[in-house]
Design a protein around this ligand. Structure first.
Ligand code: A2P
Length: 353
């Protein structure tokens, strides 16, 4: 557990990722500000996503990414949404107003998400261009060629021609066919993390050029790893995604139920909102997009209702004073024999563990 460190933009961006789960253009703007003004000037637009607050203090419904694309602020998370129920959750979400669905090859449910989307298109509920669909490149498809294959599998499963956003899921190269948990010989140590990320990112840039992913980014990257990418990246990542805007209660290894925190309840009572809505709203007001996962129709609905109220400055400061922790530390990638990462600190380059 760590305390927030006011004034340190890098750690503030980390802090928001811990509680809200998703660090987007806004936080990257902080990360890249380490490179000074020139980065901002050379890549105009990277600061654009910094605020999602409209001038009247209400949250806008989209974030502008560094390439000018508009991403809906609230999306449906599909990690740990089991086959058999994820399709119904996507259906309820889109019918209820969601326009952003977050997927990944490694969630092993993209086919069912795709079936649900096709049904929605066929029934005329939405058109493809009304939706923002994100997916992620899995760790066993890093390298110069493999990302294209992973993307093709994802597009086939989702039954789509293109993604709105494609992310490198983790800075963790694995040998072909491995997912997790830890298994012997799973780690691909033929290249350093830096080399692996460079090769993989260059493939991602080609994917962006091909139009099969309209924006590209990363996930679970430390500020240090993002900085390393700036040595060769022609396309600056549009997003650095973290996860668990609700604290991902129920996930193995997670010991605290964030939604039981008395401060969330107390603040929620003031606004007539649930702890989940307070947590999500905090994330949005911090300038992030949030991707709450639920397969329960009522909760899916509740989680979208975070744009019609604002937390006061006082409540925001109270929430910022909370002790902060990274709910999921990626310890499944930490291994003494075989992994690049011997300790969780190595994975996160010492940031926020
Ligand atoms: P369920 O899918 O049964 O609704 P995160 O998005 O941070 O990973 O958190 C997901 C967890 O939070 C899941 O256990 C999910 O359960 C639960 N959850 C999602 N929405 C709500 C809500 N509005 N209130 C309480 N728990 C929620």
């Amino acid at each position: 557990m760590l305390s927030p460190r006011p004034g340190q933009t890098k750690l503030r961006s980390w802090a928001s990722s811990c509680l809200t789960g998703l660090v987007l253009a806004s936080s990257e703007a902080s990360v890249y500000s380490f490179h000074g003004q020139s980065v901002r000037e050379e890549r105009p637009g990277i600061i654009e996503g910094q605020g999602v607050m409209a001038s009247n203090g209400s949250a806008s419904s989209h974030i502008t990414l560094n390439n000018g694309r508009q991403m809906p602020v609230v999306g449906l998370g599909t990690w740990q949404a089991a086959p058999g129920v994820v399709g119904a959750a996507v259906d309820a979400a889109v019918r209820g107003g969601y326009r952003h669905i977050d997927c990944a090859y490694a969630y092993f449910n993209e086919k069912e998400v795709g079936d649900a989307l096709q049904k929605l298109f066929k029934e005329g509920v939405v058109k493809r261009e009304d939706l923002w669909i994100t997916s992620k490149l899995w760790n066993d498809h890093h390298g110069p060629e493999e990302p294209f294959k992973c993307l093709e599998t994802t597009l086939t499963n989702l039954q789509l021609e293109y993604l709105d956003l494609y992310l490198i899921h983790w800075p963790v190269p694995l040998n072909k066919g491995y997912t997790w948990p830890l298994q012997p010989h799973m780690f691909d140590t033929t290249r350093s993390i830096k080399e692996d990320t460079k090769e993989t990112w260059q493939a991602m840039e080609k994917i962006a050029e091909s139009g099969k992913a309209r924006s590209i980014g990363v996930s679970n990257f430390s500020a240090k790893k993002l900085e390393d990418m700036m040595e060769y990246a022609k396309v600056v990542p549009a997003v650095n995604q973290a996860y668990s805007p609700l604290g991902t209660w129920g996930t193995s290894g997670v010991k605290i139920n964030l939604l039981d925190h008395p401060l969330l309840t107390k603040i929620g009572e003031k606004y007539g909102r649930t702890p989940a809505q307070v947590s999500l709203r905090w994330g949005v007001q911090m300038g992030n997009s949030v991707l709450p996962k639920s397969t329960k129709a009522e909760r899916v609905k509740e989680n979208l209702q975070v744009s019609d109220f604002s937390l006061s400055d006082e409540d925001m400061s109270e929430l910022e004073k909370l002790e902060q922790t990274r709910f999921l530390q990626g310890t499944f990638w930490v291994n003494d024999s075989g992994s690049f990462y011997k300790k969780a600190e190595d994975l996160w380059d010492g940031e926020g563990i």
